[in-house]
Design a protein around this ligand. Structure first.
Ligand SMILES: [Zn+2]
Length: 126
């Protein structure tokens, strides 16, 4: 089973292209928390909007997250740890003033980009 957790996946690239086309500028794999190794996939630093693009498998999407039947328990524990880490990172970011937006890789990139754009513009205007 060659499932690799990777950066710059196709859904993420599609989303980034839309955001860029909308005139938004952002940092990639941004380390927003000095105390943590976790990075923000797409970071709007001035607006403090952190976008996490989550793979359906790795982040246990309610629609497409499936546990492999081989090594079932090992995967269950591993994916539960990922989920807990996601929640902790989001909580830490929120504490220091970031708005955290999660996008599933199965989501329509156009719609996701529109939501992100309005959030960023709202925060910049505030
Ligand atoms: Zn999904």
């Amino acid at each position: 089973m060659a499932r690799q957790q990777s950066r710059d996946t196709a859904p993420e690239l599609a989303l980034r292209r839309r955001l860029w086309a909308a005139g938004l500028r952002f940092r990639l794999h941004y380390r927003a928390l000095a105390s943590s190794r976790c990075t923000v996939d797409i970071a709007f630093v001035r607006a403090r909007v952190a976008v996490m693009v989550d793979g359906c498998f790795w982040h246990s999407c309610p629609e497409h997250g499936r546990l492999p039947s081989a090594n079932h328990e090992w995967w269950q524990a591993k994916l539960a740890r990922t989920k807990a880490r996601d929640a902790q990172t989001a909580a830490d970011l929120t504490t220091v003033g970031w708005l955290v937006l999660r996008v599933w890789e199965h989501e329509d990139p156009v719609e996701a980009a529109n939501n992100i754009e309005s959030a960023v513009r709202r925060r910049l205007a505030a």
